[in-house]
Design a protein around this ligand. Sequence first.
Ligand code: ZN
Length: 405
Amino acid sequence: MSAIYLLRPDRVFDGETMHEGWVVRINGNKIEAVGPAASVAANGGEQSGVSVVDLKGTTLLPGFIEGHSHLLLHPYNETPWDDQVLKEARSLRVARATVHARKTLLAGFTTVRDLGTEGADYDDVGLKHAIEQGIIPGPRMVVVTRALIATGSYAPKGFSPDITVPQGAEEADGHDALIRAVRTQIGKGADAIKVYADYRWGLMAEARPTFSVDELKLIVKTARSSGRGVVAHASTAEGMHRAILAGVETVEHGDAGTPEIFALMKQRGVALCPTLAAGDAVSQYRGWKKGTEPEPERIRQKRVTFRQALDAGVTLCAGGDVGVFAHGDNARELEMMVDYGMNPLDVLRSATSVNADVFHLADRGRIRPGLLADLVAVAGDPSRQISDLRRVRRVWKGGVLHLPE
Ligand SMILES: [Zn+2]
């Protein structure tokens, strides 16, 4: 017989709404009941062996879903991205990633959508399996493996044209090669396909579109025929436009989006993962003294386009591009979404039910009978003060308590 626990926090955020005085009963790896204390007690009243867990002073929420991580990267102010890709042994990168996985889980993020190994081939697949098999603690992973780039468009770059430098993702172009690359990545374990619809390339070193609309459509069609969605990195308006027309499910970054582009996203049901924390971190790595110096142009612009996306009613995922900044500091993105104008309750929805819906994870992201017992208790009430998300007191994944350890 599996263990049954009755969790008694001050309030429960069920993924959509906050409920004062609710309790949650979990049985084995699933949520069994949720509701006002009296009703949950009544419908399970005869059960013996229910352990009551007093969580006074806390808010209980669904385990958070990180929408954009790179467990195989670490902050660029520790080691520049190029050096991580070119100089760090794969074994080193994987060893470090196991630590990242643990930190992520203990921060209350029980699922990550990990958007590319950045030169570490298919190592996300093995990492995912190690977590699933209980070899190391970590979040449930949605993985994309290597990601797809148009030839010549990605990085590391800046080397003599006479030498070939390993790239941080898989180059493929045109009809047959793209179909083969998508199918190869799926065969190796990709749950979704990631494509770079634009990037800084060529002598201009400015972000410019990469794949044609036809190529992007082919990628989407090939992925979709296997039941998988496509995620597009895009920061230019044209890159976003092509990706949206091609039928991608989410656009990552979206820095130079316009009201027209966001209206199109809303119309086509494409979600935006704004990665506010990544831009903020990179600006600081380049010397911006946050809090004492005025915000650089890039940050001011990001506030404007984020507001435009909000006003257009675009579905907003919560995903920070963790790895650019420290794993375990995932809450930084959620705090910034509030700082940039989003209602805290909507931010909590983004990090739970919205991410679950957009990523097709019907078994999590809400506190509902029958769903996975992925739960987090934080001190205080993050719908009033978003930084309470950092005051993590308990983390369960599939009914197993991971914090305290
Ligand atoms: Zn990323």
